[in-house]
Design a protein around this ligand. Structure first.
Ligand SMILES: Nc1ncnc2c1ncn2[C@@H]1O[C@H](COP(=O)(O)OP(=O)(O)OP(=O)(O)O)[C@@H](O)[C@H]1O
Ligand SMILES: [Mg+2]
Length: 247
């Protein structure tokens, strides 16, 4: 479904993505991990063209998404993207947050959009909050609304960039459970996260990035038990004993 061919990206003189070659199959859940600054956000942002690339190709369903002829708005509206910050429209109710794009971009009639949005809110456990404003929800609830809002565009692909990093610890689980259910329903997902429990339980494959390169890719079991690259081994050791470098 997604094919990255020799993808290279620079920020000015800084080589942020180096020869990235990956295939992601339909229905696959890929977790990207790696140290801060390794290029995880950059990579995921190239997948919906929030970032341009200077070398290589990215094909989604056979279409070169960085080709000049792409209808960018139409393309982007089809890819679900959930960020660290929830980015809900603050002046709109939860329900209206979830119906705005389907009405404007999918051309749904409001009653139909509301029916679909209510079903999605139910799926993320928030149907009872449909009339609330985002400011009156917890962080975990807001992030679940953000996921429902993305799903309302019926995306074939969902991208997540550290969706739980801004949450208080007690709210991380509820968001990861929604993501796990989405994965079990067959959604194709690319997830940047430090939640290694999620990676172990839900991912089909884990990619490890360092300095703009994908250094390792493996099924979770092999990734965690027998990482082959020394940098992966060090990364995993560091996150298992987070204070080791400070002591
Ligand atoms: N807009 C930008 N202009 C210049 N350099 C950038 C820009 N965005 C990112 N970079 C640099 O590119 C590198 C990769 O950044 P990126 O945000 O992709 O890392 P990351 O792996 O997502 O890190 P983190 O775990 O901290 O989110 C970093 O060195 C960063 O400073
Ligand atoms: Mg990042």
């Amino acid at each position: 479904m997604i094919r990255l061919q020799q993808v290279n990206k620079w920020y000015g003189a800084y080589h942020a993505l180096v020869d990235v070659d990956e295939h992601i199959a339909k229905g696959e859940v890929v977790v990207i991990c790696g140290p801060s600054g390794s290029g995880k956000s950059t990579l995921i942002r190239t997948l919906n063209r929030l970032e341009p690339i200077q070398g290589g190709h990215i094909l989604i369903d056979g279409q070169d998404i960085h080709a000049k002829a792409m209808d960018l708005n139409r393309f982007r509206s089809r890819i679900g993207f959930v960020f660290q910050q929830f980015n809900l429209f603050p002046h709109l109710s939860v329900l209206d947050n979830c119906t705005l794009a389907p009405i404007r971009l999918r051309g749904l009639k409001p009653p139909q959009a509301r029916r679909e949005a209510m079903a999605l809110l139910d799926r993320v456990g928030l149907a009872h909050k449909a009339d609330a404003l985002p400011a009156n929800l917890s962080g975990g609830q807001q992030q679940r609304v953000a996921i429902a809002r993305a799903l309302a565009m019926q995306p074939p692909l969902m991208l997540f960039d550290e969706p739980t990093s801004a949450l208080d610890p007690e709210m991380v689980g509820e968001v990861l459970l929604v993501m796990r259910d989405l994965a079990r329903d067959g959604m194709t997902m690319v997830v940047v996260t430090h939640e290694m429990g999620f990676a172990r339980d839900v991912a089909d494959r884990v990619l490890f990035m360092d300095q703009g390169r994908v250094l390792e890719r493996a099924a979770p079991e092999a990734f965690f038990q027998t990482p082959s690259h020394p940098r992966t081994q060090k990364f995993l050791a560091d996150i298992r004993t987070p204070f080791s470098s400070a002591v």
